[in-house]
Structures are given as C-alpha cells and as structure tokens.
Design a binder for this molecule. Structure first.
Ligand code: UDP
Length: 234
C-alpha cells in the first residue's frame, strides 16, 4: 500500500490517502509539543517507537473485542488504518490525579481516585481543547446521545483492558486520552495510544515513562519511550 496524497498534518502525525478509499496511512513523526503547542521539540525516534507501541496496543485491544482503526504496520513509521470521521471530542480516562486534574481541582499528583474519571474535551486547538460535558456535546451537535453512550462504555472498557495490560509489564496506567471515529455507521477507536497520550508510571519506583519527561524537562525522554516499547513488545 503506497501513500498518495497528504490530507492532514498534525503535531505528531501525518495522514495520507491510499488507492483504497476506505484506508489511510498514518505516519508518526518525532515532533513533540506540549502546553497547547507552546513548547515544541523533537524526541529522537519517537515516531518509530509510538508506531510500534500503538500497533501492539491496538492489536491487544482487538483481541479484547474493541474495534479499532488499526489494520497493520507497514514500516517503521507507517501504519495502515481505516479511514474514519473523527468525533471532535478528546476522551480522557483517569485512574490517579495528574496534570490538568491537579491544576483544576487542587488535588495532589498521584491521588488515587476512588473510581475512574471520564472527561470530555472539545477537540479545538485554537481554544486549547476545553473541558466540556454531555450537555455541551448535545447542544453543539458534536455527537449523538447514542454515540456518547457508546464512546463512554468503550473508554471505560479500554481502561480496564489497558490497566491489566500495563500492570503485567510493571507499569501503572495513570491516565490517557482517546479519540474515536465514525466508520460505516459504527464508532471505533482511532488516533494513537502511546507514551504521548498516556501517563505511565513504573510500579515501585514511580518513574515516569511518558511525555511528562518532555513537558517537565525530566531528561531521559528517549530512554523512557524505549523502555515502554521494550516491555510492550517483550
Ligand atoms: N492528553 C493528550 N492530548 C491532549 C491532552 C491530554 O494525549 O491534547 C493526555 C495526556 O498525555 C494525559 C491525559 O491525556 O495522559 C490527561 O491529560 P491532562 O488533561 O492532565 O492534560 P496535561 O496536563 O497533560 O496538559
């Protein structure tokens, strides 16, 4: 499968059309951004690592009955995916407080939540992806009621699967972001799942194995991504 036209370029990925109108190629770049793109940089070979990590996770979720856009890996940085219409909502699932939840609610980083928190953000870079609720989603026609119910159910199921998956690798899943797409009348999981979109803490040490190393200049960024890749593919 070959790339034909570039149809989208985001912060970390590029999408290309293919000869099959139902399929796209998702290309992973090394570019990294944080704080709504105010901080920019590159993480060496991040694209290669995130492509592999995402592929492994999508494959695993597929075995657990979660429909995803993943078709197959094509090369180091390219994966073949189903062409979806992205629902303009970022879905965040949290198991411990971190990041914006600490800033918003004044809780300490690492606070163990009594139950998972599901959060929706309006996917709009110009506005900095503001937090919204089901009423905003309905009122702005971002998704139907049935879609929101389906997305919520899938996001919580994915959390259960991923918590187990990472725990076996001695990694605790703190929080993560998902995006969903419409595909022939169904809602399927899209985008990527990687250390760019998850907070991953090593069990025991609490070592951060995710993009917080870049956000906060903690050093050993490449090594942390490499370590996640090593464990995920072990
Ligand atoms: N996240 C993401 N993309 C975004 C915003 C958040 O992948 O545009 C991920 C982030 O890496 C973390 C989780 O979603 O794993 C929760 O992020 P949070 O709301 O705490 O925002 P942050 O403090 O990272 O800006």
């Amino acid at each position: 499968m070959k790339k034909i036209d570039k149809i989208y370029e985001g912060k970390a990925k590029i999408l290309y059309t293919t000869e099959d109108p139902d399929l796209l190629i998702q290309h992973f770049k090394d570019d990294a951004t944080a704080f709504n793109a105010q901080k920019k940089g590159t993480i060496q070979e991040k694209g290669i690592m995130n492509n592999r990590i995402s592929a492994k996770i999508f494959e695993y979720l597929g075995t657990q009955g979660i429909s995803t856009h993943f078709v197959k890996m094509l090369s180091d940085r390219d994966m073949l995916i189903k062409k979806v219409t992205i629902v303009p909502i970022e879905v965040i699932v949290r198991n411990r407080a971190a990041g914006s939840m600490c800033r918003m609610l004044g809780v300490t980083e690492g606070f163990q939540l009594a139950s998972p928190v599901l959060e929706f953000c309006y996917k709009n870079d110009g506005l900095g992806d503001p937090v919204i609720n089901e009423y905003h989603i309905q009122a702005l026609n971002l998704a139907t009621d049935a879609e929101v119910k389906g997305i919520s159910r899938m996001a919580l199921a994915i959390n259960g699967h991923l918590k187990k998956f990472f725990l076996k690798l001695n990694i605790e899943l703190i929080d993560f972001k998902l995006e969903f797409g419409r595909y022939h009348g169904d809602i399927i999981l899209a985008d990527e799942i990687s250390p760019d979109t998850c907070r991953l803490w090593e069990v025991g040490t609490g070592n951060k194995l995710d993009k917080d190393r870049f956000r906060r200049d903690l050093g050993n960024i490449e090594e942390a991504y490499q370590e996640v890749l090593r464990r995920v593919t072990s």
